[in-house]
Design a protein around this ligand. Sequence first.
Ligand SMILES: O=P(O)(O)O[C@H]1O[C@H](CO)[C@@H](O)[C@H]1O
Ligand SMILES: [Mn+2]
Ligand SMILES: [Mn+2]
Length: 411
Amino acid sequence: MKRVFIMVLDSFGIGETQDADKFGDVGANTLGHIAMWCDANRKNSDGSKKPLSLPNLSRLGLGKAAEGSCGEFPIGLDKDAKIIGSYGYAQELSSGKDTPSGHWEIAGVPVLFDWGYFANKENSFPTELLDELVREANLPGYLGNCHSSGTVVLDLLGEEHIKTGKPIFYTSADSVFQIACHENTFGLERLYELCELVRVKLTDGGYNIGRVIARPFIGDKAGEFERTGNRHDYAVEPPSATVLQKLVEEKQGEVVSIGKIADIYAHVGITKKIKATGIDALFDASLVEMKLAKDQTIVFTNFVNFDSDFGHRRNIEGYAAALEQFDRRLPEMLALVEDDDMLIITADHGCDPSWHGSDHTREHIPVLIYGPNLPVKNLGLCATFADIGQTVAHYFDTSPMDYGKALFTFS
Ligand SMILES: O=P(O)(O)O[C@H]1O[C@H](CO)[C@@H](O)[C@H]1O
Ligand SMILES: [Mn+2]
Ligand SMILES: [Mn+2]
């Protein structure tokens, strides 16, 4: 039975890439800096040090992959862990350090063109586009129109939004048009409709923007607003067939999306979609689908919370605790990996919570691959995230991907 389980820890980078200077990210290291922070700051109740503890990811080779990536073993992780899988680190060929680029490249399709960006920090969106939106969606106006962190912008403009009914438009260093609206006062369906309109305008207008993101929230006043699990991403389609699409079309296989995966691939090459909110719920859903998975199936989960709740929020302590929570549950997942299966634990970019600003960071991703019948070896540097997609293509014996090299041979 052939099954692949891909777990993306969204934003879990393990050290700067060679081209990090182009992104202002020289020195960024999501895992390394979390580990350093824990070693320096975290204490047990008796006052003793409480370093980062990831024993199960360490058994999959995380510490050694990170050491390969940046030259330093993450402080606190177990250097002597008995390694049970293959481990390495990958650099990104894609031009951006965003979620779709990272995921598409993992599935064998790097983004070699340049996305469009709204580069201006203030008055970020073109006036003619905003005017059209106001007219066609019958809006009383808009708020924001700037670069911002999505939680900061709520504290700043959430109350005014409730009072005026004007949606909050904002963007970031990514190729995104984000819209925050109150679920009750503005209405969730109305927010989705507005996003759909913006998606059409951006595509038809040739803006080349990767995603429109609906950011619904609840609460009554600044400091108490909360974003809900009803976030919805409207992505463009990958430029060519991903390994997901090849498995479905060439082998009549199944691809089960858990969390944001379906949205990220614009629903192309996905046969089943499960939504879940929070690391535990995403983990639970992954276990359920792994148990149900038949031959020729990929179960593909995106753990968005590492990025959205901790990376962008620059919350080092929270990121560390979330990693430990994931790690504690990992034995439940390892127990479901059968003889011919392949479990891949990886990431889509970095988002160093110790870094300036609130954007992603250009980093290597970990490539941790486990299966009872697979080799245990150091994979070293993978020249592209697409090595993962090519490995999966070889494993399922689909037509090969244009990018990446298979990390193993399969008989
Ligand atoms: O600050 P929030 O709203 O979480 O936004 C972040 O989430 C977007 C999608 O990952 C990124 O482009 C970044 O802007
Ligand atoms: Mn991401
Ligand atoms: Mn992000």
